[in-house]
Design a protein around this ligand. Structure first.
Ligand SMILES: *Cc1c(COP(=O)(O)O)cnc(C)c1O
Length: 228
């Protein structure tokens, strides 16, 4: 078995252990393999091990790899910050987008989503770390953006995403993820049907699973460290 397959298998084991520890069902936690900066051949190697969902941060890389792997059964998640001038590639290629945090970007993505494709599956990025974090919408502004996304014709609101400020302390990690869980519960009370909490990376996925993550985004622990 190659190293990528071994690491993916180990990651499923880690997810399962955390799920059992916190009373979750492992099958409720999906693994997104974050392939940013790694070539299409590496994505192909992970596909051959049964991994199907991949995360990319840069529109140019998404375009290049989706082209190289055209016809393969890949679900592409765009997880990076979305620049206004890069929405078209994301709208045309991605199945999911995780970092929507402004109305203008949401509208562009909906306008540019090709009619022939299913709606783009959207997570709104929420700032759960206050001033320690630059990206994501505040919890206070979230309901209005959720309302907008929910009404746009070519977007489907699926959930929330967060990248907390890094911390090595488990309880600190957990508190940040708990804020995202609470934000989702609040939107559900307002009538939104959100099934996704995109939270947890290589170094903090146990804390995310403890707080209800349904999708963990893992790069380094699968593909090794990124050069550049
Ligand atoms: C790079 C990245 C990840 C993966 O981080 P690792 O620490 O390598 O697992 C997850 N989410 C986002 C948004 C990223 O940019």
């Amino acid at each position: 078995m190659n190293q990528i397959c071994e690491r993916i298998r180990a990651m499923h084991g880690r997810i399962q252990t955390a799920a059992e520890r916190f009373g979750r069902r492992p099958e409720d936690i999906r693994l997104l393999a974050v392939s940013k900066t790694h070539p299409a051949a590496t994505v192909a190697a992970a596909l051959a091990c049964g991994q199907q969902a991949f995360g990319e941060n840069y529109a140019s890389e998404l375009t290049e790899k989706a082209h190289a792997l055209e016809g393969r059964d890949v679900t592409w998640h765009f997880i990076g910050p979305i620049q206004g001038n890069k929405t078209r590639a994301v709208a045309e290629i991605a199945h999911w987008v995780h970092a929507v945090d402004r109305e203008r970007i949401a509208r562009r993505l909906s306008d540019q989503r090709p009619e022939a494709l299913p709606p783009l599956q959207v997570c709104i990025q929420v700032n759960v770390s206050g001033e320690a974090s630059k990206s994501g919408i505040t919890a206070a502004a979230l309901p209005a953006l959720a309302e907008t996304v929910a009404t746009l014709p070519h977007l489907q609101l699926r959930g929330l995403m967060a990248i907390p400020a890094p911390s090595e302390d488990f309880d600190t990690q957990r508190r940040a993820f708990a804020r995202l869980r609470q934000a989702r519960e609040d939107l559900i009370r307002r009538g939104h049907g959100l099934d996704t909490l995109s939270m947890g990376m290589s170094d903090d996925l146990e804390a995310a699973i403890a707080e209800g993550a349904t999708l963990v985004r893992v790069g380094t622990a699968i593909f090794g460290s990124r050069s550049g």
